[in-house]
Design a binder for this molecule. Structure first.
Ligand SMILES: CC(C)(COP(=O)(O)OP(=O)(O)OC[C@H]1O[C@@H](n2cnc3c(N)ncnc32)[C@H](O)[C@@H]1OP(=O)(O)O)[C@@H](O)C(=O)NCCC(=O)NCCS
Length: 370
C-alpha cells in the first residue's frame, strides 16, 4: 500500500496562490500550483480555481498521481463553493475531468514598416511596479464586459508573469501617458530572444484609438530596436487595439482549438447556472409564447435550474458538463454540439439553449493564463 500524501503550501507569490505537492513514501512525485481568481462570464463574475504547472516526475508517471492531485485540488475548491476551474491544457488530457476548450485564439500580424507609419502622440515608458494598480483598473474597465477575462485585483495584481511561453521568456510592459501623466494605455510583450523573428504583444489596452495608434507605433520602435521585421498582436479583436489594427494592412488569424489551450471546467454547474439566472431570464424573452417556466439542466457533475418566467411547463435537458461549458461560454451552439460532438439534443432543446446562450467569442489574455 502506497503512503501517498498531499500538501498545500504557501507560494512565493503569496495568497491566493498555493503550491501543491504529492509525496509517496516521503519522495516528491507530483506538483502544481493553484490560485483563486475572478472570471467573467456573460456579465457575472465567478470564482475560478486556476490550475498551473501540473507535473509528475518522469520516474513516477502513469501511476495515478496527477489524477489524485488534480481531483483533490478540485474537491477542495468545490467545498469552498468555487464553481469553475481553468487551465491551459496540453492536448488530449484534461477532457477526462470535463475541461473543455471554450475560447478562440486571435492574432494580428503587421509588418514593422507598416506599424512605423503611425504617429506616436503619447509618451510611452517602461511600466514600474507602482503602475500595476492603475494598469489593473484600466484593464478591468476595458475588459469587464468580455466573457473569459480574468479580474485583476488592483491591490494584488502582480503584473504579467508570462507572455506566450510559460516562463521561458519573461514578459515586459510599457505604459502610455496622457498630458497629465495619467496612464491611458499599456502593452505587454514577450521578451525578445536573440534569434527572434517577430515581436509578440500578448496584451494591449488603450482608452482611445489615438492611444492605440501610439502603442502600436511604440511597438514598431521596439521591433526596430531588436531588428525584427514583424509584429504579432495577440489581442481581442473587439478591443480598442484590435479594432485599430484592423485598419492597417494586417493578417488577422483566428483559431478554434479543441481539447487543448485555454480550458474551462464547470465544477459546480448548479452554481454557475444560478449566477446566470438573470441573464437567461432576460434572454428568454425571445422565446415568446414558447417560453417554459424554467429550464433544468442535468450534467454528470450536478444539475442546475434557470427560472425563465414563461407559462409552458418546465423543460429538462441532459448535457455533459464539458458541452454545457461550450454553450455557456458561447463557443458552440447547441446545434453545433449535435453535429460536432454527437450530443443528443431535441429540436426543442436546441431552440431553448440557443435562445438563452447565443454564440459569443470569449477570450483570456496570455498573461492571465499563467
Ligand atoms: C501530464 C502528466 C502531469 C501526467 O501525470 P501522471 O501522474 O503520469 O498522470 P496519471 O498517472 O495520474 O494519469 C491520469 C490520466 O491521464 C492520462 N495521461 C497521463 N499522461 C498523459 C499525457 N501526457 N497525455 C494524455 N493523457 C495522459 C493517463 O492515461 C490517465 O488516464 P486514465 O486515468 O483515464 O487512465 C505528466 O506526464 C507530466 O508531468 N508531463 C510533463 C508536463 C506536462 O505536460 N504537464 C501538463 C501541463 S498542462
Amino acid at each position: 500500500m502506497l503512503d501517498r500524501t498531499i500538501q498545500f503550501l504557501p507560494h512565493e507569490l503569496g495568497p491566493p496562490w498555493q503550491q501543491v505537492r504529492v509525496e509517496v513514501d516521503g519522495e516528491l512525485v507530483s506538483w502544481m500550483q493553484t490560485f483563486t481568481v475572478g472570471h467573467r462570464l456573460r456579465g457575472v463574475t465567478l470564482d475560478c480555481a486556476g490550475v498551473v504547472g501540473v507535473h509528475t516526475d518522469d520516474a513516477h508517471q502513469m501511476q495515478g498521481h496527477m489524477r489524485f492531485m488534480l481531483e483533490t485540488v478540485l474537491e477542495r475548491a468545490e467545498a469552498r463553493g468555487v464553481p469553475i476551474s481553468t487551465l491551459y491544457g496540453v492536448p488530449g488530457l484534461y477532457h477526462r475531468w470535463a475541461y473543455a476548450t471554450v475560447m478562440p485564439e486571435f492574432n494580428f500580424t503587421v509588418s514593422t514598416r507598416g506599424a512605423e507609419a503611425l504617429t506616436r502622440r503619447h509618451r510611452i515608458r517602461r511600466a514600474e511596479p507602482e503602475d500595476r494598480p492603475a494598469i489593473a483598473r484600466l484593464y478591468n474597465r476595458e475588459t469587464g464586459g468580455i466573457s473569459g477575462m480574468r479580474v485583476r485585483e488592483p491591490e494584488r495584481w502582480l503584473g504579467p508573469r508570462q507572455g506566450l511561453y510559460f516562463g521561458r521568456l519573461d514578459a515586459w510592459m510599457q505604459v502610455a501617458l496622457d498630458d497629465r501623466g495619467q496612464i491611458v494605455g499599456y502593452c505587454v510583450g514577450d521578451q525578445v530572444d536573440h534569434d527572434a523573428q517577430q515581436l509578440d504583444i500578448v496584451d494591449a489596452q488603450a482608452t482611445s484609438s489615438g492611444v492605440a495608434a501610439s502603442l502600436i507605433r511604440a511597438m514598431a520602435d521596439e521591433a526596430i530596436r531588436h531588428r525584427v521585421g514583424t509584429l504579432v498582436f495577440h489581442v481581442y479583436p473587439a478591443s480598442r487595439v484590435g479594432r485599430y489594427l484592423r485598419n492597417l494592412e494586417v493578417t488577422a488569424r483566428s483559431e478554434r482549438p479543441i481539447g487543448r489551450s485555454q480550458m474551462v471546467r464547470l465544477s459546480l454547474p448548479g452554481a454557475v447556472l444560478q449566477a446566470l439566472g438573470p441573464y437567461a431570464q432576460e434572454r428568454a424573452g425571445v422565446l415568446g409564447s414558447e417560453r417554459p417556466s424554467d429550464l433544468v439542466i442535468d450534467t454528470e457533475l450536478g444539475s442546475g435550474r434557470l427560472p425563465l418566467g414563461g407559462d409552458l411547463p418546465r423543460h429538462r435537458v441532459r448535457l455533459p458538463s464539458a458541452r454545457l461549458a461550450e454553450i455557456l461560454f458561447g463557443y458552440r451552439s447547441a446545434e453545433e454540439l449535435k453535429e460536432i460532438h454527437s450530443v443528443e439534443l431535441s429540436v426543442r432543446d436546441c431552440e431553448i439553449l440557443d435562445a438563452l446562450f447565443p454564440p459569443i467569442d470569449a477570450y483570456c489574455y496570455w498573461p492571465d493564463r499563467y
